[in-house]
Design a protein around this ligand. Structure first.
Ligand SMILES: C[S@@+](CC[C@H](N)C(=O)[O-])C[C@H]1O[C@@H](n2cnc3c(N)ncnc32)[C@H](O)[C@@H]1O
Length: 120
């Protein structure tokens, strides 16, 4: 079947592919963190309260997941997550870190026992 993706999409992927290496170290930090934060100002989740503490039984999809650290946070709160991205370099980082994923922690620092990983 002929690829009918618009031309701008390939340009977008090419641009992200060139930048993928720049996001590796921040991805490693974010995947490892039990303290999500948002955006370029790193607003802490503890002040925004965007995510339910317990996401058990919830399904989520992250479109344009990049290195998928948000998906990792959702999984550690118990959600079942599928993460997709069109850029191979971003997904390579996500898949490498997915293998290192560890169980989440409860708000008081106990291991939560949740070991689910995002589907990539
Ligand atoms: C800044 S990252 C976002 C990562 C993460 N979701 C976050 O919130 O930080 C943007 C990602 O969007 C992806 N992307 C670019 N064009 C896209 C498209 N048309 N559909 C889905 N993802 C796309 C890129 O490959 C890139 O990894």
């Amino acid at each position: 079947m002929k690829d009918q993706s618009p031309e701008y999409l390939q340009g977008n992927i090419d641009a992200w592919q060139k930048k993928a290496a720049d996001y590796v170290s921040s991805a490693e930090e974010a995947w490892a963190s039990d303290h999500p934060s948002w955006g370029i100002w790193e607003i802490p989740e503890s002040s925004t309260r965007l995510l339910p503490e317990d996401m058990s039984g919830m399904n989520a999809i992250e479109l344009g997941c990049g290195t998928a650290y948000v998906s990792a946070w959702l999984c550690r709160r118990g959600a079942k997550v599928v993460a997709i991205d069109p850029t191979p370099g971003q997904l390579a980082t996500a898949r490498r870190l997915q293998k290192k994923q560890r169980p989440g922690r409860t708000p008081n620092g106990q291991r939560s026992g949740r070991q689910r990983k995002p589907g990539l």
